[in-house]
Write a protein that binds this ligand. Structure first.
Ligand SMILES: [Cu+2]
Length: 121
């Protein structure tokens, strides 16, 4: 008799537990896609602002502190290969001339790209 009661109590507890399960709200699949589109785009993760590259000097003006490099990809800053101008300390530019293959370090600050080290390869 005691065993029967125990089993009954167990069954009743299980049944109550099952009945007591909160009903999961149905997922809101009707969320309009426009809402996602209206969320402002998150800024892309900041790429590094320093990098290292190789390239060829296509123009150099030590007096003005500018150098143009046909450089290879610089993954650190997310750049493909391109030809572009850089600022550089005039003293650095005294060591290179047009046509040199060079290795260089750069820093990007405020939209300006500056060569911080450059040497013929
Ligand atoms: Cu570039």
């Amino acid at each position: 008799m005691k065993r029967f009661l125990t089993l009954t109590a167990f069954a009743s507890t299980a049944l109550l537990a099952a009945c007591g399960q909160p009903t999961e709200p149905a997922p809101d699949t009707a969320a309009p896609a426009e809402d996602a589109a209206m969320v402002p785009m998150a800024p892309t993760p900041a790429a590094q602002t320093t990098g290292h590259g190789t390239g060829v000097v296509t123009a150099v003006d030590p007096a003005a502190g500018t150098v143009t490099l046909d450089h290879g990809p610089i993954p650190e800053v997310g750049w493909p290969a391109m030809t572009m101008g850089f600022k550089a300390d005039p003293a650095l530019l005294a060591t290179v001339k047009t046509g040199d293959r060079v290795r260089f370090d750069l820093v990007i600050k405020g939209g300006t790209s500056e060569i911080t080290a450059i040497r013929p390869e």
